[in-house]
Design a protein around this ligand. Structure first.
Ligand code: ATP
Ligand code: MG
Length: 410
């Protein structure tokens, strides 16, 4: 019989990759607590309109990448392609307004119908951090500091650059948009088909295009700086001076726009040249207009998401926690004594491995091969239970381990 194959673009993560993945998540959990972001758990699927109304119909995500389906009740549902929209829906439907400004963090799987390749999957995973109900540039600074510290603690900050831009307020953005339409219209025939299509509907997206035909014109396209209102300039100045004060390095990227429609003011990406074409590891920005598109009141907010797989690739191999004690149970009759020792050692926080199966004569050798600080063998000598420990006498854990073993009732 044939074995069913996995769905294209999904991953079965195992071995060193799985350890690196877990390390990224654990580091994020530790750092988000330092910044006092509260953990939230979100549904994996939502009503389709949660995404179509907030992300925007003209984006790649909504127009081509969503996994949408009708459930048995005939309602259109979508597997989440990002966290932000669902978190904003929850903020509005659960009365989380009372907690504003609300700092939340989560992580988990996302789904996008993309062309699978290295660093790009149809089920992938993100870390996500959002500050909702905070309109001050200090919120942007705090969120970027969180991202920066995360990358530093993962040991990958050196290869990753923060690219920072402002999209201005609504007025600045509209004026820039009009200038972009005029500029790109003049060369319309030479743009990619996608960008010709984007031209009137969503011209900012052309700046985000990866197609070389578009890239040729992006460099000389009108820059947001020529359209920024005084207020928008002031906002961006406060973000950059805050980053400088915190020692977060950044590079100005005047053509950086991010794919989604809902961004205002700050937009950013952390990019690396070590992952080929999939070089963006973390991206986000301010999305002050999103809550209104979901029917809520004006609620300024800022957030980011990072691809766990891409971060894990940069992290590479992480050391697996050392085995402190390896135990050989050399007689089947001593199995329960071994189990007792093993349980008590683990209860006080030692990582252990017990060898108690296979040929009894080989168990000692197997246990001795495990790179542990302390080797314990449990055997029978002259009709009596015999527990032996072997270790460098300077091993600091040795005293506590011997205490436990000494108290075991054979
Ligand atoms: P890209 O330009 O690479 O398509 P994006 O702008 O669509 O990225 P976001 O929606 O901002 O990505 O998601 C944030 C992060 O999630 C990205 O920077 C990336 O690290 C990761 N990511 C996005 N899509 C995928 C995917 N299909 N597979 C793996 N990681 C992804
Ligand atoms: Mg994308």
């Amino acid at each position: 019989m044939n074995t069913p194959q996995a769905i294209r673009g999904t991953q079965d993560i195992f071995g060193a990759e799985a350890e690196a993945f877990a390390h990224v998540v654990e580091t994020f959990e530790r750092v988000r607590k330092l910044y006092r972001f509260r953990r939230v758990e979100m549904p994996v699927f939502e009503k389709t309109e949660v995404f179509s109304r907030s992300i925007g119909e003209t984006t790649d995500v909504v127009s081509k990448e969503m996994y949408s389906f009708e459930d048995r009740g005939g309602e259109s549902l979508t597997l989440r392609p990002e966290f932000t929209a669902g978190i904003c829906r929850a903020f509005l439907t659960n009365g989380w307004q009372q907690h504003a400004p609300l700092k939340v963090a989560t992580h988990g799987p996302l789904f996008r119908y993309e062309r699978p390749q290295k660093g790009r999957y149809r089920q992938f995973h993100q870390l996500d951090a959002e500050i909702i109900g905070a309109g001050e540039p200090q919120a942007d600074v705090e969120l970027l500091c969180l991202a920066d510290q995360l990358l530093k603690e993962l040991g990958i900050a050196d290869g990753v650059t923060l690219m920072l831009n402002t999209l201005g307020d609504a007025a600045s953005r509209d004026a820039w948009r009009a200038a972009l339409i005029e500029y790109f219209r003049a060369v319309k025939g030479e743009l990619s088909e996608d960008s010709q299509d984007r031209l009137e509907r969503n011209p900012l997206r052309i700046l985000d295009s990866k197609d070389p035909r578009d890239k040729a014109f992006v460099a000389d396209a009108p820059k947001i700086d020529d359209f920024l209102s005084g207020e928008a300039q002031d906002f961006f100045g406060k973000v950059t001076s805050g980053l400088d004060a915190a020692g977060v390095a950044w590079t100005r990227a005047p053509a950086l726009v991010r794919g989604l429609d809902y961004y205002r003011h700050t937009a950013f990406e952390f990019v690396t040249d070590r992952l080929g074409a999939q070089g963006t590891v973390l991206g986000g920005g301010r999305y002050d207009g999103l809550m209104e598109s979901l029917g809520g009141p004006f609620t300024p907010a800022v957030g980011w998401a990072a691809g766990i797989e891409r971060l894990a690739m940069l992290v590479g191999e992480v050391p697996i926690e050392d085995v402190v004690v390896s135990i050989a149970v050399e007689e089947d009759s001593l199995l329960n004594l071994g189990t007792k020792a093993n349980t008590e050692l683990r209860a006080i926080g030692f990582s252990t491995e017990m060898i108690a199966s296979g040929s009894p004569r080989k168990r000692y050798d197997k246990a001795a091969k495990i790179p542990a600080k302390v080797l314990v063998s449990i055997s029978v000598r002259d009709g009596k239970t015999f527990i032996r420990t072997q270790a460098d006498p300077a091993t600091e854990e040795l005293g506590r381990i011997k205490d436990i073993l000494g108290r075991l009732e054979p």
